[in-house]
Write a protein of this length. Sequence first.
Length: 320
Amino acid sequence: MVSDELIDKSKFAYIVVEKQIDNSFNIELANQTAKRLLNFDRSEDKSLAALAAKNKNLACLVDIIEQFEATNTDYKRYTLQLGHDLYTTHISKIDDNQYLFEILKEYKHDISEISHELKRPIQNIKTLTETLLMGAKDKPVMCDKFLNNINDEIDRLSDLVKNLLKLSQLGDLSTLMSTAESDLSDLTHKASKSFEDKVKSKSIIFEMFCDGVILKKIDSDLYNHLITNLLDNALKYNVPEGFIDLCLTKDGLKLRNSSIGVKEEDVSQLFNKFSRSASSARIAGTGLGLTIVKDICDLFSWKASAACTEDNIFEINIEF
């Protein structure tokens, strides 16, 4: 059985599975509610059996499909509408037209989210510009303040577009990555070098530990982007005279930092697109930084998780 909170959402949760040549099944689509319900996200390995071996919530779905397959063998795709109890999940056939419809529905959902996020800085710029035209431009102090606000909104818009492009690229990189054996310690030192001046200017104590040479076969550019996003996130949501600790070992990477705090119910959503905690509402951000971190980890077959302690110490753990 799943939690009461997820039970309420599960009536709208669905996944689409597709039969392979060897009669196994891959998960081809899963809406956001299903991903939360099953603790499932995009993975290079879409095999339902392989995922079920790691995730007990998915294991019962394998049994349901196999039972359905015993009397239904003429379709290659099935949609699973997840019930209150996963063992009462409703399964049905899905043809190519329905499958296309589900894909388009997912794209529509993503476009709606993106449009909403783009609209906010554009509307803010428009409001500030109109205020200047109405007379604020003739008042030097107010004019400077509004122009600085406009500049901040343009920076936010630029960051949003840049991160959306990066997410789009990550979706196609599983076969295009330029992988080579690299020393993660060396790459981490290089990625954090430009970061040191930023923390000094904000009176943040930054400490880093790398446990010798750590060789991994990765795309070094993506790894640099991962470290940069982690450190930027730790600095952005820190507190005055706080700290940031980065620890790299052969088993993984851990980032700990003082923070403004994250509610327990928000932590599990931080890797989702445009997800931001309630405490960060007044801090400029795109809600995409940790999504990019998670997608890069997925490409490297690493596991990323987040936590926040009662004394507002935020942690990101990445297991190799």
